[in-house]
Design a protein around this ligand. Structure first.
Ligand code: DQA
Length: 148
């Protein structure tokens, strides 16, 4: 089965983007750690990044269909700033019936107040924040073990 990892806006800048907040590992490093985590769980990894909201919407629909066909365990979604703005992503998760773990590298609750509200959380199966990029590996392990 496949584990999807979808990354939203600005996450292509990991490594150089505010390293004091997000660390010095790049998105390629994150993909490598996700690949190891999936291998340990016997899962296939499908890892993507986009700066476009609508693309994330389409990917969530795709993941929901794969899940319905028994081909996927779900999605780790770091929607970046769209977390705090996107009703479209909220609706996509609900509409597609996708099992989504919302992930943030930083502890969004310890940061600016505009990061405290998430449109993703009410539609997500679980939320993970503040574990740095290690959170991706932890979330893949959780997704493998969550079940419905
Ligand atoms: C983030 C937190 C968001 O508030 C921010 O807009 C991001 C990254 C994180 O991984 O900590 O782009 O999702």
């Amino acid at each position: 089965k496949t584990a999807y990892v979808f990354n939203g806006p600005n996450l292509n800048l990991l490594g150089t983007r505010e390293p004091q907040v997000y660390g010095s590992q790049t998105l390629a490093d994150v993909e490598a750690l996700c690949r190891d985590a999936c291998q340990a769980q016997g899962l296939q990894l499908d890892f993507r990044q986009t700066n476009m909201e609508g693309e994330l919407v389409g990917w969530i629909h795709e993941a929901g269909r794969a899940q319905a066909q028994g081909q996927a365990v779900g999605v780790i979604l770091n929607a970046g700033a769209y977390t705090h703005t996107s009703i479209a992503l909220h609706d996509a998760i609900k509409g597609a019936g996708a099992r989504v773990i919302e992930l943030h590298i930083s502890n969004v609750h310890a940061r600016e107040s505009f990061r405290h509200h998430s449109y993703i959380s009410p539609a997500a199966r679980a939320v993970m924040a503040g574990f740095g990029v290690k959170g991706y590996a932890l979330a893949i392990q959780a997704l493998a073990e969550l079940g419905d």
